[in-house]
Design a protein around this ligand. Structure first.
Ligand code: R2B
Ligand code: URA
Length: 312
């Protein structure tokens, strides 16, 4: 019966299936229940299609406060009913991540570093799958260290690269290293760049983003508790990174890009540079300046969302 049904429905049905969020794990089909432990959500305890089925933009970022502020900002910009100050954290039963839903936009925090975002991404992709979401774009909004860029510049990631400037992410699975590609969606990146040109005073570039497993030694900082290299060694590494097209450094982009790619999800990374790493390691800007910088990825992604929704 099933094949006949498929044939009757033809291409429309195939397109519908293609747009659904794919998970790449056959075990999930045989599970009676899936508990998304770190979100405090589950397929038996929550009606995920009803709660999340209309999601079109899943926006993720490191800090819980910033992702709450982003949700409130989007709420105001989309002119949704209700008081933005009263939005509820869907994951309030757990303090691992926070999650807010405003219309078709999900805003979720992921903490710092690859292990933290990777756990969140497993559960987010399963959530979008269980909820039968279609045509979802994932966006990471973050902060970073600029490489040869003025502080405040926004970087839309071309390729997320590792410490050797390779567009790949290595994951240890059953004691063996699995390598996955970290290429992001070129079309979405170009759309974001176009959006930046429509905003006033909005310095934005497309460039490679290097993802590291540490903020200090891992990013060539001289000011950590440990340091085993010279100022000249640091500059040489940053110069090599710059020559390989790296324009900023952060700590989550490779696994984010790799997981989205395997699951066929369109994704982009938008990070503001808080400093120029050729000029120093410490983040010396005032609190107010940093707050304004951190709003820039939010303003850009909001413009992108409003354009996609046909609101501007
Ligand atoms: C950017 O900022 C954080 C470190 O300060 C980290 O999560 C990242 O990627
Ligand atoms: N986040 C990083 O990972 N590095 C920086 O230099 C600044 C923010």
């Amino acid at each position: 019966m099933a094949p006949i049904l498929l044939n009757c429905m033809g291409n429309d049905h195939n397109d519908y299936i293609k747009q659904l969020v794919q998970v790449k794990n056959p075990n999930l089909d045989t599970m009676e229940e899936d508990i998304l432990y770190h979100f405090n959500l589950g397929t038996k305890t929550h009606n995920l299609p009803e709660m999340f089925g209309d999601i079109k933009f899943a926006c993720v970022g490191g800090s819980a406060n910033r992702m709450k502020a982003f949700a409130q900002f989007i709420h105001k910009e989309l002119e949704l009913p209700g008081n933005p100050e009263e939005i509820i954290d869907i994951c309030e039963g757990t303090d691992r991540y926070c999650m807010y839903k405003v219309g078709p936009v999900l805003s979720i925090s992921h903490g710092m570093g690859v292990p933290s975002i990777s756990i969140m991404m497993h559960e987010l992709i399963k959530l979008l799958h269980h909820a039968q979401c279609r045509d979802v774009v994932l966006l990471r909004l973050g902060t970073s260290g600029g490489v040869g860029l003025a502080p405040g510049t926004v970087v839309v990631t071309d390729k997320a690269v590792d410490y050797s400037f390779r567009a790949q992410f290595e994951q240890v699975v059953l004691g063996k290293v699995i390598t996955r590609s970290t290429e992001l969606d070129e079309g979405v990146a170009n759309e974001l760049l176009q959006c930046s040109s429509e905003l006033q005073n909005f310095p934005t570039v497309i460039g490679n983003t290097m993802c590291t497993h540490d903020f200090y030694e891992g990013q060539g900082r001289l000011d950590g508790a440990l340091c085993s290299f010279s100022h000249e060694d640091k500059l040489e590494y940053l110069r090599k990174a710059y020559d390989a097209g790296v324009r900023n450094i952060e700590m989550e982009s490779t696994v984010f890009a790799a997981m989205c790619r395997v699951c066929g999800l369109k994704a982009a990374v938008v990070c503001v540079a808080l400093l120029n790493r050729f000029d120093g390691d410490q983040i010396t800007s005032t609190h107010d300046v940093l707050v304004e910088y951190q709003q820039r990825p939010q303003v850009l992604v909001c413009h992108f969302i409003k354009k996609r929704l046909g609101l501007i």
